[in-house]
Design a protein. Sequence first.
Lengths: 141, 102
Amino acid sequence: MGHDTAEWVFVAIVIAVLIYVGVDSWIVQKAVEDVPADAEVIKVTGQQWFWSFEHADGTKEISTLHVKKGHAYVFEIYSRDVMHSFNIPDWVVFEDAVPGHTNHAWFAPDTAGTYPIQCREYCGLLHYNMRGSLVVEDDKS
Amino acid sequence: MKTLIAISIITLVAVALVSQLHFAHAQLAQQTSAKQYINLRAEVWNEFFRMTTAAFTVGAIVSGTMIWLVWRFRESNPKNKSPTKWEHLEDPTSGSYEEEGH
């Protein structure tokens, strides 16, 4: 094997790895961002310094959000004042709340329990205390 | 050298295929029930580990090549007792060794 061949094999391996990284990331990103058709919409509004939620049936909650296990939910995230960031660390929900713009994130909890919600964008004096709770309940229906 | 390259390529293909098979299998399983949703946390962490594997593979190839270069072309290597064909050139940066007749 000449030097040229060895060098081309080296280049080909690196290109193959890069193509694999790109294709695999694209497939996973598509799967992760693909919101299920039956996902229930929950409007999430961030404002200094608490979260409020509105379910599809009009039910409103402040700071504590109740959802049912085994259902998919899509959050429409919005801010009334400054930049916030809606984060439920246990369920990989992490999206900016921007004034004048609605962002989306979805999740489908499969374990009942109480999980923390917190703001992840410094939004003023009481940012540290802009917390909430996600309560995932067993679906008895 | 050929064996090393062949093993590297086979390993790479295996690493790429195994993860894709897992993913395809998970997607097929998902289609069995409309109420089954992908586990975002699992997908994200799986992707992280696959990317880590790819990064370490590239790192191993690059660092392995450099280690081989240093070992092969060290002064004490018996193979380096006589100058290489490139070192016969007065100015190795000009022309090619074929033209010089080596």
